[in-house]
Design a protein around this ligand. Structure first.
Ligand SMILES: Nc1nc2c(ncn2[C@@H]2O[C@H](COP(=O)(O)OP(=O)(O)OP(=O)(O)O)[C@@H](O)[C@H]2O)c(=O)[nH]1
Ligand SMILES: [Mg+2]
Length: 293
């Protein structure tokens, strides 16, 4: 039995969460077309036949000034600090930037590093090849082109990941694939659906606060949550004409929550304005965005 912890890092929107879900075979981390979707480090466990790889999904690396961004930065640092290797996810549909190359080079000095060139299904092959050839000149890194969305070349990546694993203990029981409680997953699913149905007017300002998450004796799970936005002008956009947008968010979230809890779900969503919440320690704390380790 080989095992180990591998941090998945990269720029926002590169496909880190899509990749962890593909590797684990379960949805452990939400995905959206917007950058800065992931806010916490999230563990996803891959149970192989003779190995266990514990992946840590992280927020996309960005420099933001608010306290939420600082929290996200700390989550990345802590994931890197507690891993045996790093998997850097590069968006292969974009040219490789100099800063990224420098960053990857510094990563490879700290821990064994795999660079995944992702989105090969949509990447310009010449652009991706140029990145691969530049990266392969770096020492101590393995470069693997893949598509997390279509799972192209995933078996090859798994082989490379397996070669990084060293320990000989199973860190997690076989039926466990994430470290997050159902309540956290439920809030994230609601946030994912909100990101999905909201347009660019509301960039990254959505938070979801779970108010109630209870499964009754009747087997029905009652969920109540606040969708938190930053400005008064955002509230009518989230609700939509005649409540249309909130309804869409709610229907999609309920459907996925029912498969999460494997039972019937009643979901009630409320929209609340909390201006400047991303800098408000009290709100960040109720949403779970506070340092735990
Ligand atoms: N075509 C294509 N799209 C992909 C692939 N992987 C991810 N995406 C899309 O890229 C977008 C971002 O994916 P995420 O997995 O949320 O990216 P992330 O790196 O976790 O982003 P942050 O959490 O914001 O840092 C989504 O729209 C995904 O569907 C891929 O291999 N091919
Ligand atoms: Mg993510």
């Amino acid at each position: 039995m080989k095992s180990g912890f591998i941090a998945i890092v990269g720029l926002p929107n590169a496909g880190k969460s899509t990749l962890i879900n593909a590797l684990v075979g379960e949805k452990v981390s939400i995905v959206s077309w917007r950058p800065q979707t992931t806010r916490d480090k999230i563990i996803g466990v891959m149970h192989g036949e003779d190995f266990q790889a514990v992946f840590i999904d992280t927020p996309g690396i960005h420099k933001g000034k608010d306290k939420l961004s600082k929290y996200m930065e700390e989550e990345v640092a802590s994931a890197k600090g507690s891993s045996d290797g790093t998997l850097y996810v590069l968006d292969g549909s974009k040219p490789l930037e100099k800063d990224t190359l420098t960053f990857i080079e510094s990563l490879s000095k700290g821990a064994p590093t795999i660079v995944v060139i992702n989105k090969m299904d949509i990447a310009d092959k010449a652009v991706a090849m140029a990145s691969a050839s530049r990266l392969s000149r770096l020492k101590n890194i393995e470069v693997v082109p893949i598509s997390a969305a279509t799972k192209e070349n995933l078996p090859e990546l798994i082989k490379v990941i397996r070669s990084l694993l060293k320990d000989d203990v199973a860190y997690y029981p076989e039926d466990m694939y994430t470290d997050k409680p159902l309540r956290f997953m439920a809030a994230e699913i609601i946030r994912e659906k909100a990101l999905k149905f909201l347009l660019a007017e509301i960039p990254h300002g959505i938070g979801v606060e779970m108010k109630k998450f209870e499964t009754g004796e009747d087997g029905v799970t009652r969920v109540e949550a606040d969708v938190i936005c930053e400005k008064d002008t955002h509230k009518p956009i989230i609700i939509g004409k005649g409540g249309e947008t909130l309804k869409k968010i709610s229907v999609a979230a309920r459907r996925e929550l029912e498969s999460l809890v494997d039972g019937q779900v009643y979901l009630r969503l409320f929209v609340k304005v909390k201006s400047g919440w991303k800098d408000n320690v009290a709100v960040l704390s109720t949403l779970g965005y506070t340092k735990k380790d």
